[in-house]
Ligand binder design. Structure first.
Ligand code: AMP
Length: 210
């Protein structure tokens, strides 16, 4: 089984959704840089203060801030894990390569026109970090997290004006990682817009267990 996995793919591809299922069913631990940063912003920490303006604009938080934060977290890991939202630049990928040798970069591929719709319809749980979509994965009770009962919210950067910038930033800075991991023989791509969330998970499960 692959146990050290990087999740690649544009914002809205389903990385968080699939990470949640991999954690629930296969015992992975997921480290999401976006969740960590949003938590830091909510708690008003130094890190949160540094990150907020970049996040609000849909840009990337500087590499040194992110790499410092992740080095600490990855060092403390034990067992199977997923990195969701990291690395996002070649510099971050090189820094990661100095800490661990990943087993696989799993790229979830979804066309742009679907991403905008998915991101603007996304609703998130501030507490347990579960993600929902108003059209294809609504919560059982409107506005309430199925898992922990917290009030769901729309991330500021999921509003339409910021989404476009996030997709541009992805194309420019993160898309080159597909080639980067391909050259290392670590890349596997799954289509993230064909079939249900469960169908996509089954494909991923087959790849992870192989
Ligand atoms: P996400 O939840 O992965 O969509 O991340 C939300 C926002 O957090 C991004 O738009 C960036 O501003 C910031 N962020 C998350 N991960 C990284 C990263 N690896 N490098 C730089 N910025 C990041």
């Amino acid at each position: 089984m692959k146990t050290k996995i990087v999740l690649l793919g544009p914002p809205g591809a389903g990385k968080g959704t699939q990470a949640e299922i991999l954690c629930d069913r296969l015992g992975f631990v997921s480290l999401s840089t976006g969740d960590m940063l949003r938590e830091a912003v909510r708690n008003g920490t130094e890190l949160g203060k540094k990150a907020k303006e970049y996040m609000d604009a849909g840009g990337l938080v500087p590499n040194d801030v992110i790499i410092g934060m992740m080095k600490e977290k990855i060092d403390g890991l034990d067992g199977a894990f997923l990195l969701d939202g990291f690395p996002r630049t070649i510099e971050q990928a090189d820094a990661l390569g100095e800490i661990i040798d990943v087993d696989m970069a799993l790229n979830i591929d979804v066309p742009d026109e679907i991403l905008v719709q998915r991101l603007t319809q996304r609703r998130s749980c501030p507490d347990c970090k579960a993600v929902y979509n108003l059209s294809n994965k609504p919560p059982k009770k409107e506005g309430i997290c199925d898992k922990c009962g917290a009030q769901l919210y729309q991330r500021d950067d999921d509003k339409e004006e910021t989404v476009k910038n996030r997709l541009d930033v992805y194309r420019k800075n993160t898309f080159p990682l597909i080639d980067y991991y391909q050259k290392k023989g670590k890349l596997v791509t799954v289509k993230g817009d064909e079939g249900s969330i469960e169908d996509i998970f089954k494909k991923i499960e087959g790849i992870v267990k192989n």
